[in-house]
Design a protein around this ligand. Structure first.
Ligand code: 9MR
Length: 471
């Protein structure tokens, strides 16, 4: 097992060589971590990060799709269902149904949600496209307020403003009806979002901001710097990261992420996809993951869809699973890179995490459920951060058993936000998770198996209580 310090050094060493060259170097030097995560979410959780995907409500009836999404990802973005045209098709009439389908699916499966997007020049409803001036400004702010209020408490981070800068060398704002309401429209949107949902992280999200040298990157950087200096409420910057041969992963990607993080915001990779195939695609994915892992405030990565056939640019086969749901080489390279570990994510807003806190209750008494066999569930603490902690449950078969299930109960306001090495289901309160084995649950007498999870503790460090039931 490597220590966080060893992992940190490895990250810095690799980072010093920049981008993709570093990815190759790290693979050669790195020794796989002992407790390797077997899914993307589990491997990312080892260093305190999430791994997410975009979900389309229309695909939630597809079992292959939901099986992969549930197993691999613990952060969900609605691909289209929470955009302005979907949320408020007619002025003053909100349609929450598709957004709710996705948010409810995510929460029922113990996942967090990135909200996308409150204000954008694109995918506006027709009534808004025809507006201008103060009338449009008012309508935009009202939309931000209504949508962020409706989802208050359910959103990890909102893309408050999306794609507000022009491409090319101008470094200017993008011309749009929103921009024409006045240059302060972006900060006005952020203030409205903060007032509506003070608990959500508020992000600015854009594309073609990956290369540190590009004018657009610099322009967004200067806006964020200015917002931080003037106290405009911004917590994070989203890098969409849509790459292809004409727009490859830049070798200075780590520099870009680190420079933004140094402004005092989190950075997140929000819509990752990379056109291509085979080892070339795999290597580029690896470079992106490595860049994020080497930046402490890069808190997570979201890929823009599940299978290639689900992608907005399916012909470029840009995702981690093929159309049949098989793992691609890119998947394996991402998983392996996540398992190399990275600079642990600190408490946001507090660059020097306080020492870890002990559990405030005694170790839960292991429960024994004789039934037809009998098993014991034992809790052990994992890594801790200021806002969350990891835990492991070890199931021990007291006699030979053919299967087991184990409940993990957390106390409000705690929430389980990631799991690994098992198939979880949830009760309606969201407090009780029942974990079952992903494959066969048969265990010989004395044999053990473990599953793990991340608890967002919201100030309550109490350990979960456990039961075990054998069959
Ligand atoms: O993937 C989305 C696709 O289904 C929509 O047709 C498209 C419409 O603009 O939006 C796509 O998602 C975009 C995201 O919302 C913002 N960044 C670029 C994404 C890809 O176009």
């Amino acid at each position: 097992m490597t220590t966080p310090r060893q992992r940190y050094r490895r990250g810095r060493l690799a980072a010093a060589f920049g981008g993709l060259a570093a990815a190759t170097l790290a693979v050669t030097l790195a020794v796989p971590a002992a407790a390797a995560g077997s899914t993307l979410q589990a491997a990312a959780a080892e260093s305190g990060r999430y791994f997410g995907t975009a979900i389309a409500a229309s695909r939630l009836n597809d079992g292959t799709y939901t099986t992969i999404a549930n197993r691999e990802f613990n952060m969900i973005t609605a691909e289209n269902e929470m955009k302005m045209d979907a949320m408020q098709p007619s002025r003053g009439q909100f349609n929450w149904s598709s957004g709710d389908r996705i948010v409810n699916w995510a929460r029922q499966n113990g996942k967090q949600v990135r909200g996308h997007a409150l204000a954008w020049h694109s995918q506006q409803p027709g009534w808004m496209q025809n507006m201008s001036g103060s009338q449009l400004r008012t309508a935009m702010l009202d939309h931000v307020t209504q949508v962020a209020s409706y989802y208050r408490g359910k959103i990890y981070a909102w893309d408050v403003v999306n794609e507000a800068f022009a491409d090319g060398s101008s470094g200017a704002r993008r011309d749009s009806n929103l921009q024409r309401t006045g240059n302060d429209w972006i900060e006005a949107a952020f203030r409205a979002a903060r007032a509506a949902d003070p608990g959500a992280k508020l992000c600015y999200n854009d594309y073609n901001t990956d290369n540190w040298q590009h004018a657009k990157t610099q322009a967004v950087y200067n806006m964020v710097k200015d917002f931080k200096a003037r106290g405009v409420p911004i917590d994070c910057v989203g890098f969409q990261a849509h790459f292809n041969s004409g727009n490859p992963v830049p070798s200075n990607y780590h520099t870009t992420l680190q420079n933004f993080a140094d402004l005092g915001v989190d950075v997140q990779i929000t819509e990752l996809d990379i056109e291509g195939s085979g080892s070339s695609q795999a290597q580029q994915y690896q470079g992106v993951v490595q860049a994020c892992l080497s930046v402490a405030r890069c808190t997570g990565i979201t890929v823009w869809g599940v299978r290639d056939t689900d992608s907005w640019r399916a012909s470029g086969t840009p995702l981690l699973f093929d159309g049949s749901g098989n793992k691609k080489a890119a998947y394996t390279s991402v998983l392996n890179q996540l398992n190399q570990g990275g600079t642990p994510v600190p408490n946001p807003g507090n660059p020097t995490p306080t020492p870890t806190q002990p559990g405030t209750t005694p170790t839960p008494t292991p429960t024994q459920n004789p039934g037809t066999g009998g098993c014991t569930a034992t809790y052990s603490e994992g890594q801790k951060w200021n806002d969350r902690f990891n835990g492991t449950v070890t199931i021990r078969a007291n006699t030979a058993i053919s299967g087991w299930s184990s409940t993990v109960t957390v106390r409000q306001p705690q929430r389980i936000i990631a799991t690994w090495n098992g198939s979880p289901t949830w009760d309606s309160s969201g407090n009780v998770m029942t974990m079952r084995p992903s494959g066969s649950g048969a265990l010989a007498a004395g044999q053990t198996v473990s599953f793990g999870f991340t608890v967002q503790h919201n100030g309550n460090w109490t350990w979960p209580t456990l039961t075990c039931s054998a069959s």
